[in-house]
Design a protein around this ligand. Structure first.
Ligand code: FAD
Length: 450
């Protein structure tokens, strides 16, 4: 039998662009692959998978390079990168869009906007649509239109087949429906290489956005008012609150309302009455302007970071709020923060078992963030995140699989709750030999979980 050849744009350590090609967003977990193949079409992906299997070369899948733990990279093996496959075809009449797996969110928003439509997705414009969707996908339209994966209609995927082969399949409500279930919250890299995703899109034009800022002294009051308001207010309004290290002296709430500014001003009244806001803005803008407003360019620059997270099911007690305050008073540096996004609304329209995304009843997603510049600072930052996560674990539940954390020991239940066993069943059906594997990948039933 003729040996398969790698096809596409191939980069190896000998090439001058290797450094750029191998570097992910998180610089604190450097990896040095033997080959990176930038696939240009489905055939390149099929060849890459076959080549890796025929030559017994370990491999990883990559798109937007945003994995917290660099699960999309590895030492010595092959990185199958889909980022140069990023075409978007939108059908305004059927309100659907087929998006190749390599598209970043910025491109998705911009091209869909040209048709007057969008999908609910994340805020950081370089995040890959594929990693984000497979794990769920939260953002500023979540409470109105649901998670990104709730708007998914179909995926096309290259799966491992027998005799070291590769096969292109589709998964939707009718065909490979168990794989489709698993692809809505099961996380990236587990079952096969997704080549494209088809979404239901939503017409959008002008929306209203707001920001309110307070100083440190309003910490408890503002957080408490926000947590009792944000998940329960009008579902056309989704918002975030960022609690920053004490030295920054800044608490900021941002939000987006699909409706007029006059109505938004009424809706945010409870927040404005909390503490003493030092700045407040409300604006009605074309939807596309919100993309820039909510994107954080610094968050999209490669840096050393550790992030983790959890979900909040009911408003935090005063004791838990004081714990956050204490941690942020003793933060490793000014980049440390605790970020929250309101959930509820359309997310809770589904039952936890309807899709692989389990935490449907959570009212808030809570993310722990820290970044630093030199290797010397790493330990202090990583330990701070770990102590913070543990300290809040009594008041929170689970973790979002798109915020993976290698320190979480019981990660299957933490990410998937009661959906673990069904995910393992799907894994066993589609990838029984565990061809797609990485630390914290879903194991088939013939493999031990830890
Ligand atoms: C700065 C920053 C901002 C973020 N903002 C948000 C946000 O607003 N909302 C939100 O929900 N999440 C957010 N996230 C989390 C983000 O959703 C996850 O990191 C997601 O996994 C990133 O996908 P990616 O394609 O960019 O990353 P990658 O590192 O390329 O891949 C992530 C995972 O998906 C797998 N994968 C990649 N390509 C494929 C493929 N073709 N087929 C199957 N699996 C594949 C990888 O192997 C890896 O396991 C953010 C992360 C960061 C670092």
């Amino acid at each position: 039998m003729e040996k398969t050849k790698l096809t596409g744009r191939i980069v190896t350590p000998k090439d001058s662009d290797y450094e750029q090609a191998r570097t992910n967003l998180n610089l604190s977990i450097p990896k040095f692959p033997k080959v990176i193949v930038f696939c240009q079409n489905v055939e390149d992906i099929v060849n890459a998978l076959k080549w890796a299997r025929e030559n017994r070369v370990p491999f990883r899948l990559r798109s937007g390079r945003h994995s917290f733990e660099n699960f999309s990279l590895l030492n010595r093996g092959l990185v199958i990168d889909v980022s140069e496959m990023n075409q978007i075809i939108c059908n305004r009449q059927s309100l659907t869009a087929k998006i190749e797996a390599g598209a970043g969110l910025g491109k998705v928003y911009q091209e869909l906007w040209e048709y007057g439509v969008t999908i609910p997705a994340g805020t950081s414009i370089n995040t890959g649509i594929v990693g984000l969707t497979l794990g769920g996908g939260i953002g500023l339209l979540t409470r109105l239109y649901g998670l990104t994966c709730d708007n998914l209609l179909e995926i096309e995927m290259v799966k491992a087949s027998s005799n070291r082969g590769a096969e292109v399949i589709k998964a939707n409500k009718y065909e490979n429906s168990d794989l489709f279930w698993a692809s809505r919250g099961g996380g990236g890299g587990n079952f096969g290489i997704v080549t494209s995703l088809t979404f239901r899109v939503h017409p959008i034009s002008d929306v209203s956005i707001f920001s309110i800022t307070w100083e440190w002294e309003d910490f408890e009051e503002v957080f408490n008012v926000w947590q009792n308001w944000a998940p329960f207010t009008n579902k056309r309004l989704t918002s975030t609150i960022e609690l920053r290290a004490k030295e920054v002296n800044r608490i900021e709430v941002l939000g987006e309302f699909v409706g007029p500014a006059t109505k938004l001003k009424q809706l945010i009244q409870p927040l404005l009455e909390a503490g003493s806001p030092i700045d407040q803005r409300v604006k009605e803008v074309p939807y596309i302007d919100t993309v820039k407003f909510f994107d954080s360019p610094s968050g999209d620059r490669p840096t050393h970071f550790k992030r983790s997270g959890s979900f909040i099911e009911k408003p935090l007690s005063r004791e838990a709020i004081l714990k956050m305050k204490q941690f942020l008073s003793n933060a490793p540096n000014e980049n440390a923060a605790i970020w929250h996004q309101s959930l509820g609304g359309a997310v809770s329209r589904f039952d936890p078992k309807d899709t692989a995304y389990y935490y449907r009843e959570a009212i808030i997603g809570q993310e722990y963030i820290s970044s630093w510049n030199t290797e010397r600072e790493e330990r202090k930052n990583v330990e701070w995140i770990e102590r913070l996560r543990r300290a809040l674990s009594k008041d929170t539940m689970g973790d979002y699989v798109n915020w993976p954390d290698i320190y979480i020991k019981d990660w299957p239940t933490t990410y998937y709750g009661e959906n673990v066993s069904r995910l393992r069943k799907v894994k066993t059906a589609y990838d029984p030999y565990n061809v797609f594997t990485f630390p914290q990948s879903i194991p088939p039933y013939n493999k031990r979980i830890f």
